[in-house]
Ligand binder design. Structure first.
Ligand SMILES: NC(=O)c1ccc[n+]([C@@H]2O[C@H](COP(=O)([O-])OP(=O)(O)OC[C@H]3O[C@@H](n4cnc5c(N)ncnc54)[C@H](OP(=O)(O)O)[C@@H]3O)[C@@H](O)[C@H]2O)c1
Length: 286
């Protein structure tokens, strides 16, 4: 199978390329140098020339504050980009695997969200990502939409300035005597290598087309995430909980965005491990 990966030099795209390549599929890496998903002409020309059987789209405009200030650009990349890909994938008879986000939810459920729960996005980024999902679901004949959460990977996260939360905590723990982290927002930290592994499992096992939650197992607050990072790296630093409101936030975000991989579980193909195991592997290679 020939697989084209868009956003190939990004945090998630890098690991997806490695996993696709290791699994023996024919891989075409596409970066912004090769394709601009927001431009129909670019998408059409490039994908028709490659003629892939599967397109994996990890490209996004996902800096949450910047999206709030540039809603048109956010819509162009996150929503129209998904629409362009869905239309061209139909033309070349390719399936589309499109990456979305836990931020489509408002967090009020306070229990893990399943794929059938109703989204309620709180900000521009989340609204445009949900629009992207809707375009894919309405247009693409063969698609997987994968909602991921709290991702970190070895390749820099380009859209958010390069540093993921794990690397930030490691850096701060070397520079400071005390690190303070919020304890009132809950997520499932997920390593991009684990998502890539799961994506390949889905492709290799002919998973049903549709919407999937793809996160590590379990959940934690950002404070608990930092505590586990320091459990493994053992820095000489004091970790404390930040006081409510200590860090100013400009944009509304869900305080709870834990997802359950229900559709993967239903098909017996959920290979995601507990978030603490994924974190240990990321930090130690074990
Ligand atoms: N990071 C998170 O915490 C998080 C959480 C939940 C969901 N997600 C989703 O996960 C996916 C992957 O995120 P990531 O962390 O891997 O992001 P990333 O490191 O910023 O990679 C995104 C890639 O998309 C490219 N790109 C941006 N605009 C493009 C366009 N118009 N056409 C083609 N390529 C374009 C970027 O290239 P340039 O920057 O060089 O232009 C970059 O290579 C995204 O869909 C994101 O919404 C991320």
């Amino acid at each position: 199978m020939k697989i084209a990966v868009i956003g190939a030099d990004g945090q998630l795209g890098t690991d997806i390329c490695a996993a696709v390549d290791n699994a023996g599929f024919e891989l075409v890496r596409l970066t912004i140098e090769h394709i601009d998903v927001s431009k129909m002409e670019s998408v059409s020309t490039v994908l028709k020339e490659i003629n892939p059987q599967l397109v994996i789209n990890t490209a996004a405009y996902h800096h949450v504050e910047q999206c709030e200030d540039n809603p048109v650009k956010a819509f162009e990349v996150n929503a129209k980009g998904a629409r362009n890909l869905a239309l061209v994938c139909n033309d070349v008879d390719a399936a589309l695997m499109h990456i979305s986000t836990d931020y489509v939810f408002d967090g009020k459920k306070r229990a893990p969200y399943v794929e059938t729960d109703k989204p309620m996005p709180l900000n521009v980024y989340a609204n445009t990502k949900l629009s992207g999902e809707h375009f894919v679901e309405a247009i693409a004949k063969k698609y997987y939409v994968l909602r991921v959460s709290g991702i970190y990977g070895k390749a820099p996260c380009i859209g958010k300035g390069g540093m993921n939360f794990v690397e930030l905590m490691v850096k701060l723990s070397r520079e400071r005597e005390e690190v303070r982290v919020v304890d009132n927002e809950f997520l499932t930290p997920t390593s991009t290598a684990e998502i890539a592994n799961q994506a390949v499992k889905m492709i290799s096992s002919d998973a049903k087309y549709g919407l999937y939650h793809v996160t590590a197992e379990g959940s934690c607050s950002w404070y608990e995430f930092a505590r586990e990072i320091f459990e493994i790296t053992k820095p000489n630093v004091t970790l404390n909980k930040a006081a409510p409101g200590e860090f100013a936030v400009k944009v509304n975000r869900p305080e709870y965005s834990v997802l359950e991989n229900k559709f993967l579980e239903d098909q017996g193909i959920n290979v995601m491990r507990h978030w603490k195991e994924g974190l240990r592997t990321y930090l130690t290679g074990e």
